[in-house]
Write a protein of this length. Structure first.
Length: 587
């Protein structure tokens, strides 16, 4: 007989109570914790939105502007940094939606090629990536191991697997790959994952909920269609929840649905969103975390035999420390406290806090939100997120984008505006964070209705930039201009026995008495994909020792790696390329 811990009992008792709160989305209506005295420490990162001058001018169309009839119009979509042409410069792939009345002119997902001078060119049509509809998420990985990263895009309706042809074009191979489905699903998060150490990337696809416009009540139609007394679109509560699918890569360009055989299909009853594959337990096998909206989130432990078991509740990442469900949307993965373990930062709805889970190294997590200082902010609805070192001081920071889902609310409740700022929690290096908005530059304090965001160094100047989806307006491209003396190192991995993209690899960097682990992720943030090159801020340290755990199970150590460069590591061969970049010149 299994003995339930206090954490298990809290979850079992609190979840039904949370669902009885007579509104469509989970929110705790908590008060923010008190803010401490500002540290007074300088923050050496400054963000400026350069999207207009960079050529990212097309709006991301998504649902109504003044009013949204259905939840489909509210959720939005993701974005990816991807070096699709292997020229060493990050390109940008931005998803888009549509409107209930039809596609506005020129609406499409968009691929922007990096011109290597701070500007981008729209190459969507030439690349074969034009598509309209209600796009959701994007994940990246070289599923056929040909040396060029491919794209998988989820939508309400059919998903799309785009094979990168290596000549600047993509081919939609969804049908040939066996990834079409007969029913109309609201597909949400996705991720490539090497589940069985065979060098092939399998595919995970989540669904949010069962959505049929003809059967959804109108705003105000029932208790799940009101928010603070104002009629709004219905859901997710009150609508049938989604599930998670796992497709095995057969090695011949096709995939087979093994959701039932793998045990993934057993997890039910949650509204699945962002989906992240990483080795949380340090076993050398990739697990799967699925952030779920207004329901318990899932953590699928890899059993090393082709099967998975949901351990979210007993691992502490299904609910918060009070045993309450939260409106989980975005997920950041990183090592905020430099103990060599992958922690989780998850965003939630307004009147609630984002949540920070600390990993003890065995995929058991503690909610450290309050003690870390994250509980000071409850005003905004959070989406894309990351655990990333923004100022190169060697201590990873927390970043999130925000935006409301209810355009109707602001007129009646001004305290809940539609457009809100981005938020940075600067890592003070003691397990504590402090919130920065205006202090981090105009790109952070600017007001938008944002959703997905991706992290990467688009101008190759040694810091982390951010590209952000803004609903019904052009995206933001936040150029980061870092000052100070902090060093950095970037690591690009190429798998040999492992999958070519090295999705799932873990790299432990030791520098200046600190240790930090990062993982190569196919998807994180909110429905988005980051630069596959890992970026380590190093502070004053100028030399790094690296330990690489490849998805194949192989281990590799590199000593005395100098800072200020990108090193390319091929599995079993060590560093095969060094690239040093001159600091960018700003006008």
């Amino acid at each position: 007989m299994k003995v339930l811990s206090r954490r298990n009992w809290i979850g079992l008792l609190a979840a039904p109570c949370a669902r009885a709160l007579a509104q469509g989305v989970a929110t705790r209506s908590v008060n923010p914790t008190s803010r401490g005295k500002p540290s007074g420490l300088p923050f050496h990162a400054n963000f400026t939105d350069v999207a207009e001058e960079a050529g990212l001018r097309a709006p991301v169309v998504y649902g109504g502007v003044e009013q949204k009839q259905f939840i489909l119009e509210t959720v939005g979509c993701g974005v990816a940094f991807i070096d699709y042409d292997n020229d060493g410069w990050l390109d940008i792939f931005i998803l888009s939606g549509t409107r209930l009345e039809g596609d506005p002119p020129a609406t499409t997902n968009r691929l922007y090629r990096n011109n290597r001078n701070g500007t981008f060119t729209d190459v969507t049509r030439a690349a074969g990536l034009e598509r309209t509809g209600w796009a959701s998420a994007v994940c990246i990985g070289d599923y056929n191991n040909d040396g060029f990263d491919d794209l998988f895009v989820t939508s309400w309706g059919q998903n799309a697997l785009y094979r990168n042809n290596g000549d600047g074009t993509f081919t939609d191979v969804t049908k040939e790959a066996g990834l079409l489905h007969a029913d109309k699903r609201w597909n949400s998060g996705c991720t490539f994952i090497e589940t069985s150490r065979n060098g092939r990337l399998d595919l995970v696809v989540a669904t949010y909920l069962d959505f049929d416009m003809s059967r959804i009540p109108k705003p105000g139609g029932n208790v799940n269609c009101n928010w603070k007394g104002v009629p709004v679109n219905c859901g997710p509560r009150g609508l049938p929840p989604g599930r998670v699918y796992l497709y095995r890569n057969n090695g011949d360009g096709t995939f087979t649905d093994i959701s039932v055989a793998s045990g993934i299909a057993k997890a039910k009853g949650s509204y699945c969103m962002t989906t992240v594959a990483a080795d949380f337990a340090g076993t050398g096998w990739q697990d799967l975390y699925v952030a779920c909206d207004s329901t318990s989130s899932f953590l699928f432990r890899n059993n090393k035999d082709g099967t998975f078991t949901d351990t979210g509740l007993e691992s502490g990442v299904a609910l918060n420390e009070d045993g309450m469900e939260q409106a989980g949307m975005g997920v950041g993965i990183g090592d905020y406290d430099l103990d060599g373990n992958l922690d989780i930062f998850k965003t939630h709805f307004s009147d609630d806090t984002s949540i920070l889970y600390r990993n003890n190294g065995k995929a058991n997590f503690d909610d450290v939100t309050t003690r870390a200082g994250i509980g000071v902010e409850t005003r905004y609805t959070g989406w894309g997120a990351g655990i990333v070192d923004l100022d190169n001081d060697g201590n990873p920071d927390l970043f999130l984008v925000t935006g409301s889902v209810y355009p109707e609310i602001e007129k009646k409740l001004p305290a809940y505006p539609l457009k809100t700022p981005r938020v940075i929690f600067r890592n003070l290096g003691s397990g504590k964070f402090e919130e920065l908005i205006q202090e981090a530059g105009p790109g952070i304090s600017a007001l938008h209705t944002s959703r997905g965001c991706a992290f990467g160094d688009f101008d190759n100047d040694g810091d982390i930039d951010v590209v952000i989806v803004n609903l019904n307006e052009p995206p933001s491209l936040l150029r980061n201009d870092v000052t100070g003396a902090g060093h950095w190192l970037k690591v690009k991995l190429i798998g040999v026995k492992s999958n070519r993209s090295a999705i799932g690899a873990r790299v432990l960097a030791r520098y200046g008495g600190k240790s930090q682990v990062q993982a190569v992720l196919s998807q994180s943030s909110f429905y988005s994909a980051n630069d596959l090159r890992l970026h380590f801020g190093l502070g004053p340290a100028s030399v790094v020792d690296l330990e690489i755990n490849w998805p194949s199970g192989a281990k590799e150590k590199l000593s005395g790696v100098e800072a200020g460069q990108l090193v390319t590591v091929r599995e079993g061969m060590g560093i095969v390329k060094n690239e040093r970049w001159a600091p960018a010149k700003r006008t």
